[in-house]
Ligand binder design. Structure first.
Ligand SMILES: Cc1cc2nc3c(=O)[nH]c(=O)nc-3n(C[C@H](O)[C@H](O)[C@H](O)COP(=O)(O)O)c2cc1C
Ligand code: SF4
Ligand code: SF4
Length: 284
């Protein structure tokens, strides 16, 4: 039977590398099957950069995969902007996927599926992938360390096979998943998800101190900021819209940006123990 999926776009945001790794696996798995699959990286674009022009190419695609890290139980802001600006389609296929740091995947996957549904996409499959916790970059044993690994890669392969084989059916609309089926199975997480988000967690995130006198204007931070909110014009400073990835803290060679992550790390480990998310990685 003919494979209806000939062109695939994989759009993702990935300030560290977990989501990018999974996105690139997806691309390679499709390509190995002779399918034209391309990735589109939203990392490093500001809000205006994710423009209509940027997403016009999706019209020619048979399948859209969208990947986000989980940020405070939700999808990351750039993925939210992207999803809300998607042109409306009629019954095209989409696969949302998220990577998270082993604390709590929250409601991100259901939220992404719902946004895609709203733009007219049918959810052909979905994936939740464990990755090393990107806020635990100071120590040697971050939660989710060594992930995503071969186990997650196997899930990615199975997901691709399922989506392709479902699309070979004779029905006009291949099997689809309701976004509600992707929701967190814990009622408490669902209930609190309106209160736990980037805005409410912002004040609890470690404060970034800036030491402008040390700056050599090397621009490493400008390249590393995934939402382009650092200015070094007069002196280095962080503008509105920071997503707390701490890439600037991690990567500035002169330690112009500093933050103490230890308190947050301990709190996250405690939350992970309380939540005990199982299974850690999953496909639908
Ligand atoms: C601001 C921020 C918030 C996060 N919130 C969560 C969370 O709610 N639950 C969780 O398990 N991991 C959380 N993480 C960890 C990331 O979801 C995880 O490490 C993800 O795989 C990072 O993707 P990336 O490597 O593509 O950037 C958070 C990370 C950051 C930077
Ligand atoms: S990375 Fe550090 S030293 Fe380089 S421009 Fe940015 S703040 Fe200055
Ligand atoms: S300013 Fe720093 S912490 Fe904020 S988004 Fe940019 S790189 Fe990440």
């Amino acid at each position: 039977m003919e494979n209806r999926i000939q062109k695939v776009a994989i759009v993702f945001f990935s300030p560290r590398e977990n989501t990018r790794t999974v996105a690139e696996w997806f691309r390679n798995i499709f390509q190995e099957k002779g399918i034209d699959a391309r990735t589109r990286d939203l990392t490093g674009l500001n809000r205006n950069g994710i423009s209509e022009a940027e997403i016009g190419f999706l019209e020619r695609m048979d399948l859209l995969l969208v990947g986000s890290p989980v940020y405070s139980w939700h999808i990351a802001p750039p993925v939210e902007w992207f999803a809300s600006r998607l042109p409306r389609v009629h019954h095209k296929l989409a696969v949302p996927f998220v990577t998270y740091g082993g604390v709590n995947s929250g409601v991100a996957l259901a939220e992404l599926a719902r946004s895609l549904n709203k733009r007219g996409y049918l959810i052909a499959g979905a994936g939740k992938f464990l990755g090393k916790h990107s806020l635990m970059f100071g120590g040697k044993r971050p939660l989710g360390r060594n992930h995503p690994d071969d186990e997650e890669k196997e899930f990615a392969k199975k997901l691709v096979n399922k989506v392709i084989s479902d699309s070979r059916g004779e029905k006009d609309s291949p099997n689809q998943i309701a976004w509600q089926a992707l929701n967190n199975k814990h009622a408490l997480v669902r209930m609190l998800s309106g209160r736990v988000n980037m805005k409410s967690m912002g004040p609890m995130m470690p404060k970034i101190s800036v030491h402008p006198e040390k700056c050599t204007k090397c621009r490493v931070c400008i390249e590393a900021c995934p939402v382009k909110v650092i200015s070094i014009n007069a002196e280095p400073k962080i503008l509105k819209g920071c997503v707390y990835c701490y890439n600037c803290v991690r990567l500035c060679p002169e330690k112009v940006f500093t933050a103490s992550m230890i308190g947050l790390e301990m709190a996250l480990r405690g939350m992970a123990v309380m939540n005990r998310e199982r299974p850690k990685s999953q496909i639908w």
